[in-house]
Design a binder for this molecule. Structure first.
Ligand code: LLP
Length: 407
């Protein structure tokens, strides 16, 4: 029988008892181990790692990474405010997103972010107007859409020409020229992000080649650049599939951009740093067997972890304290009134009883970050383990929190 599950040495069941369920538990040591792995891979490059806040914007989690010296990637004014509050240096923050508003750009400009990753001609026009009004030069990079297909879920691929992201090669040059000429714009370089949870090297390589082609054209025109931002998307292992080899990725990028040693390489991983550092603990409420299926009904739902419902994503699930007896194929489902509300379908699970705690793994990225109050369910608590010590870093919401802003 497998052993009782522990997080940084503390039994998961004890954490569930102490903090209630559902609860997200993060491990500082696990985050730092991932960072170490990434840093070792990229060490020869002097690459800057900008943590993509969207994966997990909790301040305590962000602080682990800002204190480790990382930069940040943000996609909204809200993320920018949170990144600054978590201690990321403004000059290490890149501001991405296909629909930044003038107010968000103004905030970024006043806080002096490293660069705005611009995704359309109209957006560049808006940035120029904001900069002129503030009488402050706006640094920007152009996000290239390399028309590269990555094998991942269609909702999270971003590098093909039919997607809303980035600008096509012909226009990149035009925007760079415009920035080069403008008194209120400062062209910094190129940005590229082809999607998320990519586990093969090929798409990254093709994207890097497209970026390198564009750098050569910039060079030929005499337009200087200092940043090459290759985005995030580094795939991790949720089930049996292998994860992306980040050392190979580093090697590939290094080779591709070796003609420009003075240009600073940036990467923007989110998931890679925090996914495996987080677990969602949930309590078994009831079991139910129909003529077709066995269900395990738990107190966490799609509002807590949307990924299975949204992408059909796989998350490992195991009882915190295994019982002996035969495993069964079950659907692990939440209390929400939709059949799409499931954490796992047709999953072989060891026997459980009401009151048992289940540990849903790989929930540190895009878990709480994507949670909602759907069905008027207060959002879960968040706990950070550090040195075997558990600290509540976001209290569980109450129904009063849900109705707070209503008039
Ligand atoms: N940079 C940009 C410009 C991005 O759009 C993203 C993610 C990242 C970096 C970080 O990507 P990562 O390293 O985490 O793959 N909710 C989805 C993932 C959406 C990713 C959106 N953009 C999920 O749960 O799988």
């Amino acid at each position: 029988m497998p052993a009782e599950l522990r997080i940084e040495g503390v039994p998961a069941a004890a954490l569930a008892r102490r903090f209630g369920t559902p609860v997200f538990i993060y491990s500082r040591a696990a985050i730092l181990a991932r960072l170490e792995r990434l840093r070792r891979a990229f060490s020869r490059l002097g690459t800057s790692i900008c943590y993509a806040l969207k994966a997990n914007p909790n301040r305590a989690v962000c602080r682990v990474l800002s204190e480790a010296g990382l930069g940040a990637e943000v996609v909204s004014g809200g993320e920018l405010v949170r990144a600054l509050a978590a201690g990321f240096a403004p000059g290490s923050i890149v501001f991405s997103g296909v629909g930044k508003t003038a107010d968000e750009m103004d905030l970024g400009l006043r806080r002096a972010v490293l660069t705005f990753n611009v995704e359309s001609a109209e957006e560049l026009g808006a940035l120029e107007r904001v900069a002129r009004r503030r009488r402050r030069v706006a640094p920007f990079s152009v996000r290239l859409n390399p028309d590269v297909k990555a094998r991942t879920h269609p909702h999270v691929t971003t590098g093909r020409a039919e997607e809303k992201f980035g600008v096509e090669a012909a226009l990149v040059l035009e925007l760079a020229r415009r920035g080069h000429r403008s008194r209120w714009l400062d062209f910094k370089g190129l940005h590229c992000h082809i999607g998320s949870q990519i586990r093969e090297l090929g798409p990254f390589k093709r994207a890097a080649e497209a970026v390198a082609r564009m750098l050569r054209r910039l060079q030929a025109e005499g337009i200087p650049f200092s940043l090459v931002d290759m985005g995030g998307g580094l795939g991790v292992r949720y089930g049996a599939e292998p994860e992306l080899d980040c050392a190979q990725l580093a090697e590939t990028l290094e080779r591709e951009f070796s003609p420009w040693p003075a240009a600073r390489l940036l990467v923007e991983p989110g998931r890679y740093l925090v996914a495996d550092a987080g677990s969602l603990l949930t309590r078994v409420l009831y079991r139910k067997q129909t003529s077709r299926r066995r269900f395990v009904i738990v107190d966490a739902a799609m509002n807590d972890l949307a990924r299975p419902a949204l992408y059909g994503a796989f998350h490992p699930i195991a009882p915190a304290r295994p019982r002996s007896g035969p495993s069964h194929r079950v659907d692990v489902v939440g209390p929400i009134c939709e059949s799409g509300d499931f954490l796992a379908r047709q999953r072989l699970l060891a026997p459980v009883e009401p009151g048992d705690i289940l540990v849903v793994g790989m929930a540190g990225a895009y878990g709480f970050a994507m949670s909602s109050q759907y069905n008027s369910r207060p959002r879960a608590a968040e706990v950070l383990m550090a040195g075997g010590h558990a600290r509540l870093v976001r209290r569980r919401e109450t129904v009063a929190d849900i109705v707070f802003a209503e008039r």
